[in-house]
Every structure is written in structure tokens, then in C-alpha cells.
Design a protein around this ligand. Structure first.
Ligand SMILES: C[S@@+](CC[C@H](N)C(=O)[O-])C[C@H]1O[C@@H](n2cnc3c(N)ncnc32)[C@H](O)[C@@H]1O
Length: 353
């Protein structure tokens, strides 16, 4: 059975089962609203117009319906596909529910995503939002994304990427993960490198313009650039960190893009998690890899845990910047060495400052 809900400007029929699993007759996860909010906001603010969009794993079609209702005229065409027959039926119903059934920009398909991409002439924006790993779709998406397009990738197999299953990560992502307090940043960087390696074969350089880890998933938006030199430059930024990897050691996001997204969201009263967006924006302004988790380190050192404000003021006094990270509420990114940071935590005198 189905029920109708509203998300953003879309009305969508979804399965009325409470438990979210890939066994749902038609998949919809309310927890992924933020994933969709950020995608729509990004399309809203980029300079491109006449965008050819492909949503090859569309589920209920909610993402595409929101692209159409919330980014409006920017879209030249949108291909909404799902290989599941019931999904395909619901996508059509949902288009009707939103008065979009006669919109000539929309193409609906009920095919395997890879076959659809292979036989297409390419897209400016492809959104890979699978169950688990994006691996099966990376090759074809890399081939069909346009030379200055945007490729969006979600991965929900975070247990492999974050080091619960080391061998699974090595097999699927060709890198060693590490299960410690930095595991989500490590996993995200490993995912980025894997996508870049696949696209490199087609002389396409994938540069992350926005990436994050949240709840049970990781998400990356890549800007595509074509050419051997650009690909070689990307590959130069692969390497180990913190006894894990190889991984992407470059920037995780573009601060200008995030500042614009934040400003537009505020000015248009967009319904989004502003605290999260602000964290991403602040973090993007500071290109340091990794962070120090004050809670985890205090526990390891068996000392009382100081407040974040306190640690931050100590960092400032020592001449360093401390920036909060979305990867952990108890962590700071800073250029200070780990030894110095530990000393700062241990320093008893400083506790009374
Ligand atoms: C995580 S759900 C997509 C959710 C949707 N993008 C959203 O934002 O709500 C993944 C979808 O991919 C579809 N799918 C899985 N394998 C596929 C394939 N090879 N080709 C096309 N669709 C596929 C499933 O039927 C499912 O609806």
C-alpha cells in the first residue's frame, strides 16, 4: 500500500511500510532528504543553464520531481529511470500528482541504468544514488558525463569504507581503510579516489566540489574536466594518510560554491539543515587533512575532556586556527602537530585558564 507525503515542493506517493529497506516495493528514505536538498541547492546555484539531467536510479522519482519543481527553467531535459517495474509505475503516478505528466522535458525509462547510460548521448548532471556501493555504475557514468558536467555519487556501504570490513574495502575501493575516529573522512577520501581512477581511464578528471559523510552514507559531487594533464594532476594528489589509503589528499569542497549555496538558501528561505551547511562551508575554508577528536584523545590519554571552546582558545593563543568539522561534533581541524595537540590537552595549567 502507498501513502502521499510532501518533500520540498514535491508531492510523492511512497510505500506505507515503516521499515526502510531495499526490499520496499518502491524505495524512499526520508533520511535522505538532506542528500536531495543539497543536490537541488547545488543545481540551483551553478551557472549552467539548459542542463541535461539523468536520474538513473530514481526510486519514487522524488529527486527528479524536486529538480523540476525547484530548479525550474535551468533544466533542458531530465531522464528518470528505474529498472524496478513498480518504481516505474509510481514515478509516472508521481509525475501526474505534480502536474508534470505533460512536461516535454521529461523522459521516463524502465531499464538497467548502465544500458540506459551506454545508449545515451551523454548528460551534464548524473546522479548515482544506489543501494550500497556505486561501483556498478561508475564506469558508465564516467563515460557519459559531459566534459564540464557534474557527477554526483552516493555510497551507503560505509562499513567497508570506514574500516569495519578491511578486505571488502580493498576489493571494492582498492585501498586500506582505518577504523578510528577519522574513519569517515578516510572513507570519503578513499571513495573519491576510486571514482577518480575509474574516470581517469576515459581521460576525465573528477574534482570534488562538495563532499561529506552523514548518517549511513557518503556523498560526493565532482566537477568534470577533460584532458590528460588534468587527470595526471588529480592522480598526483593520491597517497596514504594516517596508515590508510591510498586516498584523495586534495580539497573536499569548494568554499566559494558552499558560500553561495548558503547565501541562496538563506535568501530563499530554503528548508535545509543550516547548521550542517554552515559546518561544511567553514570546513571548506580550511584545507587541512584529518582532525583531532578531543573526546577520543582525552579518553585515550585518560584525562578529563576539556570543552571545545577551551581547546579552541588555547589553539588560538598558540598561534593556530581551529576549525570545526562535520565529521565529528567533538573534533577540530588544525595545522598543529598531533604531539603538540596532545600536549595542549594534557597541560594541567591550561585547564584553569
Ligand atoms: C537508493 S534507491 C534510489 C533512491 C532515489 N534516488 C531517491 O532519491 O529517493 C536505488 C534505486 O535503484 C534501483 N536500481 C537498482 N539497480 C538498478 C539498475 N541496475 N538499474 C536501474 N535501477 C536500479 C532500485 O530499484 C532503487 O529504486
Amino acid at each position: 500500500m502507498f501513502k502521499t507525503i510532501t518533500e520540498g515542493k514535491a508531492k510523492v506517493k511512497i510505500s506505507d511500510q515503516e521499515k526502510i529497506s531495499s526490499d520496499l516495493p518502491v524505495f524512499y528514505n526520508p533520511k535522505m532528504k538532506l542528500n536531495r536538498d543539497i543536490s537541488i541547492l547545488l543545481l540551483k546555484i551553478i551557472d549552467k543553464t539548459e542542463i541535461q539531467v539523468c536520474d538513473p536510479l530514481a526510486g519514487t522519482g522524488v529527486r527528479s520531481i524536486r529538480f523540476l519543481s525547484e530548479t525550474g527553467e535551468k533544466i533542458r531535459s531530465i531522464t528518470i529511470n528505474d529498472k524496478n517495474k513498480e518504481s516505474f509505475r509510481i514515478i509516472k503516478e508521481n509525475l501526474k500528482l505534480n502536474n508534470l505528466e505533460e512536461d516535454e522535458r521529461i523522459i521516463t525509462e524502465n531499464r538497467d541504468a548502465n544500458a540506459l547510460l551506454l545508449e545515451s548521448s551523454g548528460f551534464d548532471y548524473i546522479d548515482i544514488d544506489p543501494f550500497g556501493t556505486p561501483n556498478p555504475f561508475l564506469d558508465m557514468a564516467s563515460r557519459r558525463i559531459s566534459r564540464d558536467g557534474i557527477l554526483a555519487v552516493t555510497a551507503t556501504d560505509t562499513s567497508a569504507l570506514s574500516g569495519t570490513y578491511i578486505n571488502a574495502c580493498k576489493r571494492k575501493y582498492w585501498a586500506r581503510p582505518r577504523r578510528d575516529y577519522m574513519m569517515h573522512e578516510t572513507g570519503l577520501r578513499i571513495l573519491i579516489r576510486k571514482c577518480q581512477l575509474i574516470a581517469a581511464q576515459y581521460e576525465k578528471a573528477l574534482l570534488p566540489i562538495l563532499s561529506y559523510a552523514k548518517d549511513h552514507y557518503m556523498r560526493v559531487f565532482f566537477k568534470v574536466a577533460k584532458g590528460k594533464a588534468k587527470v595526471d594532476e588529480v592522480l598526483r594528489h593520491h597517497g596514504p594518510f594516517n596508515e590508510a589509503g591510498p586516498m584523495w589528499l586534495g580539497k573536499l569542497a569548494d568554499v566559494k560554491l558552499l558560500s553561495k549555496m548558503y547565501a541562496v538558501a538563506v535568501s530563499q528561505h530554503y528548508d535545509i539543515d543550516y547548521d550542517f551547511l554552515r559546518l561544511l562551508k567553514e570546513e571548506a575554508s580550511f584545507g587541512v587533512i584529518g582532525f583531532y577528536d578531543v573526546h577520543a584523545l582525552s579518553k585515550q590519554l585518560k584525562i578529563g575532556c576539556p570543552s571545545m571552546e577551551f581547546v579552541n582558545s588555547k589553539l588560538k593563543k598558540a598561534g593556530y586556527t581551529g576549525v570545526r568539522t562535520h565529521f565529528s561534533p567533538y573534533a577540530l581541524k588544525t595545522e598543529m602537530s598531533k604531539e603538540e595537540f596532545i600536549q595542549l590537552l594534557k597541560d594541567k595549567k591550561s585547564q584553569s585558564l
